[in-house]
Design a protein around this ligand. Structure first.
Ligand SMILES: [Cu+2]
Length: 172
């Protein structure tokens, strides 16, 4: 009984504390305040895999890590980096620890570099379509992004966990 009372008291105090530091903002605290994404876009594709790009900017005082991305366009999404596999071939792979954007800095997601990888499209994405992404950050907040689709001939890096020649399928 005593434990329950204590927890309830702490919860009440926490609620007061949150309410005290900014009314409506507290209720809306799920949206990231420091991270933004500009010029988002996704490469059009009929099926299989494709990728999304853009510029992530962190104008806060703390580093921000994008730990996961979700979208109705693909049930499985990975955060990829592109590396030289040693033979001059560029290979993409899941980046360890997510995308880290240091305080006050930005990170460009672009073909041939870091990107958001849609692993298994639920349907075709045509140029002009708008694809919604939700970026999940390490502090528990999220950032929703609307990315227009466009046709793009590049971004055909191999995928190191796939088979070598046709990993990217229809991406070319
Ligand atoms: Cu990739």
């Amino acid at each position: 009984m005593r434990t329950t009372t204590t927890i309830a008291a702490i919860a009440a105090a926490t609620t007061l504390l949150l309410a005290g530091c900014g009314g409506e903002e507290a209720a809306d605290s799920e949206a990231s305040s420091s991270l933004s994404m500009s010029d988002p876009w996704v490469k059009s594709a009929d099926d299989g895999m494709t990728a999304a790009f853009g510029e992530l900017a962190n104008d806060g005082d703390d580093d921000v890590t994008v730990v996961a991305v979700t979208s109705p366009a693909s049930p499985m999404i990975e955060l990829h980096e592109t590396v030289d596999d040693g033979s001059g071939e560029m290979t993409m792979r899941e980046i360890e620890g997510g995308f880290v954007i240091p305080a006050g800095e930005s990170m460009t997601l672009e073909p041939g570099g870091n990107h958001i990888m849609l692993m298994d499209l639920t349907g075709p994405i045509a140029a002009g379509d708008e694809v919604t992404f939700t970026l999940e950050l390490s502090d528990g907040s999220t950032l929703d992004v609307e990315a227009p689709a466009k046709d793009y001939a590049g971004a055909n890096e191999n995928y190191e966990e796939g088979e070598t020649d046709h990993d990217m399928g229809d991406m070319s």
